[in-house]
Design a protein around this ligand. Structure first.
Ligand code: SF4
Length: 233
């Protein structure tokens, strides 16, 4: 297997992160578009406000950016509906949906029913990580909407880093923004967002593993010591 080499040295990454600590998300997005061009990909969940803000920022500069969506088979209908509204509204021209290799039924036959209730890490590996690997194959950079205020585990997230697992440069332009700034951007720019966010959900993933009425990412994977699917760790 060919292993990709990071395009930046550790010192160069440190210098970029120093520079971007005081930069606006727009400046960081502009740098990513300029630096990676056709190698850039944006992961879209059509769940949270941050992801929608990022899509809007990137689409403004590069509407033909490659956008990928992981459809685990367990997305809320509201999430599908948000995607149907947002893609034309943002003028996105290159959106690809990636699905797991196993259907819901095939997974149940091979691993037993309701794998997410017994081994959510395995379920996320099958339904998110592996499709994410396919989505990023051949790309050089991945933009996502992670913010440091979303959870303890994200408190130290870098603006730019080398992602070993997927062998791409990971860019988090909103790392320094908070929830209020994100919503202000979404509302001021009339960015479409998932209506579940107005119904008590603050973090939206698969319906099997998402509960309303809980702040931040605590509504995900209730009953497990888990608040990340593994895409961002
Ligand atoms: S979030 Fe839940 S249902 Fe979705 S892939 Fe992970 S464990 Fe499976």
């Amino acid at each position: 297997m060919q292993v990709s080499t990071p395009p930046f040295s550790a010192a160069a990454l440190e210098a970029l992160n120093d520079r971007f600590e005081s930069a606006s998300p727009h400046e960081i997005v502009a740098w990513a578009v300029e630096t990676f061009g056709e190698g850039l990909a944006v992961g879209a969940s059509f769940g949270g406000a941050s992801g929608m803000a990022i899509l809007h920022m990137v689409a403004t500069l590069k509407p033909d950016v490659h956008v990928f969506v992981l459809d685990t088979s367990y997305l809320f209908e509201e999430t599908h509906e948000t995607m149907r509204r947002a893609v034309p509204a943002l003028g996105l021209r290159d959106v690809t949906v990636y699905r797991p290799a196993l259907s819901h039924e095939e997974q149940a036959t091979r691993y037993g029913a309701a794998l997410w209730m017994r081994d959510p890490d395995r379920c996320c590996e099958l339904r998110k990580i592996e499709p994410n690997r396919r989505a990023l194959a051949g790309r050089t950079a991945w933009v996502s909407g992670l913010r440091r205020d979303q959870s303890e585990g994200r408190a130290d997230v870098a603006v730019v880093s080398w992602n070993e697992r997927f062998e791409v440069v990971k860019v988090n332009p909103l790392a320094n923004w908070n929830e209020k700034q994100t919503w202000q951007y979404v509302l001021e720019n009339q960015v479409p967002y998932n209506p579940l966010l107005d119904r008590g959900y603050s973090s939206i993933g698969c319906y099997n593993c998402t509960l309303p009425g809980v702040q931040g990412r605590a509504g995900r994977w209730q009953g497990f010591e888990k608040d990340e699917c593994g895409l961002h760790t």
